[in-house]
Design a binder for this molecule. Structure first.
Ligand code: OVV
Length: 411
């Protein structure tokens, strides 16, 4: 694959005028999903800003620029969508998210509501149950010995705690992962992954829309908590179901892929499992490092609201900028030995949860799930061995596995 190449003059004019190197790589292709790291390096080395011919957008893969764009949300807005599609030019595939796809001041109010629903105090209320459920899951899996770490652990554990914590009824929960997969595929370009997901989306969308209604959310759950904020006057009764929808969109598949990343790391780096076992208090940092190392959320876009200089390059108004979070999280300009999974690394500053005003509002819930699962593994598991073919799952935004056959032996 060539790093740079002559390009179609119609699509490259903006890049040429910006003096930006243009590349033909497709970051939403199976080839890229199978091995993003080599091409991430090509993207970083080509320059601080690149032009991606395939999708006619700017790209940034270095830590400094990704961090800068995330922290200038007025210039690099979210309200025109954080996928490839520009909502100023195309109708969104579903009603726009009122938190993810919003800018200040509208965003400030909805963000405050979800931040309160997912606050440290709210985490205290579920921590004990999440911890006991993780311990029981690891005991069950140790008794089985050999299993699929994706279906039986990375999916099974969040599915055993998150839908209950939301207050969802039992019926229809099989729609949750397909719906989330659809949402994250839909941020990508109009490739087969996105188009097929949207074609099959009607039953999943109908399920989620119904579960967002107040009467379908059990008292005490996160869903009911969102609706309670409408009573308090913080949001309108019409906004509450849309914020519940954000929790159902972003709250499950992300932690599935985060926990999956952590188990895959511990399986590949036995010395790091040994270090974690020697000090289970490292569990929370071991999870954070897995988020940096694998970056379960690989990419988001922003749209420029004005002409802007980025690393000396001119970008016009209304341009999509693709941020490679996974590449920034392994940028050797920022990280020492970036390709090493190190449970004792100082992980702060990684952009796996984003940065700035849109930084993951559910990060405490994600970290709680990751920490208690890795703490249970640290205390109970002696060895993790990969025992069969590792299969990757393809998604336009999420990085993770379809299958990870492992054998876990007790400590
Ligand atoms: C962070 C995220 C991902 C997907 C969906 C949403 C948010 C939402 O607000 O719906």
């Amino acid at each position: 694959m060539s790093a740079t190449s002559p390009t179609d003059p119609a699509t490259s004019a903006k890049a040429v005028s910006a003096g930006v190197p243009s590349l033909d790589v497709d970051p939403f292709s199976a080839e890229f999903f199978e091995d993003p790291h080599r091409i991430h390096e090509v993207l970083r080395e080509a320059g601080p800003v690149v032009w991606l011919n395939k999708w006619v957008v700017f790209g940034i893969a270095r830590y400094t620029e990704v961090h800068a764009v995330l922290n200038d949300p007025i210039t690099f807005c979210s309200s025109r969508g954080v996928g490839l599609s520009d909502f100023a030019k195309e109708k969104p595939w579903r009603p726009q998210s009122i938190i993810l796809e919003a800018d200040p001041p509208a965003h400030t109010r909805t963000r405050a509501v979800l931040a309160q629903v997912l606050s440290p105090t709210a985490m205290k209320g579920v921590r004990e149950h999440f911890t006991a459920t993780a311990a029981a899951k690891v005991d069950e899996l140790l008794a089985r010995g050999s299993f699929d770490a994706v279906a039986d652990l990375a999916e099974a554990y969040p599915l055993s705690v998150f839908p209950d914590a939301m207050g969802l009824k039992q019926e229809g929960r099989e729609n949750l992962l397909p719906y989330a997969s659809l949402v994250f595929n839909a941020f990508g370009p109009p490739n087969q992954l996105r188009q097929e997901a949207i074609e099959r989306s009607a039953p999943h969308q109908a399920y989620v829309a119904a579960q967002c209604q107040r009467e379908n959310l059990a008292p005490g759950g996160f869903g009911a908590c969102v609706h309670a904020r409408a009573d308090a006057g913080d949001i309108t009764a019409e906004e509450a179901p849309l914020l519940v929808r954000s929790l159902l969109s972003a709250g499950l598949d992300t932690t599935v892929n985060g926990i999956g990343a952590a188990v895959y790391c511990l399986a590949r780096f036995p010395d790091q499992l040994a270090r974690l076992r020697s000090d289970p208090t490292l569990a929370r940092n071991a999870f954070e490092e897995a988020i940096r190392f694998e970056s379960p959320v690989q990419t988001f876009f922003r749209t420029t609201t004005r002409e802007v200089e980025l690393a000396g390059h001119h970008i016009g108004e209304g341009e999509k900028v693709l941020m490679f979070l996974g590449a920034a999280n392994r940028d050797p300009r920022r990280w020492e030995n970036p390709d090493r999974y190190d449970v004792t690394r100082r992980t702060s500053g990684h952009v796996g949860f984003g940065s700035g005003i849109h930084m993951c509002v559910g990060q405490l819930l994600a970290r709680l799930e990751g920490e208690v699962m890795l703490a249970a593994i640290a205390r109970k598991v002696g060895k993790i061995e990969i025992t069969g073919p590792v299969k990757r799952r393809y998604n336009n935004t999420l990085r993770g596995l379809e299958s990870l056959p492992i054998t876990m032996s007790p400590a």
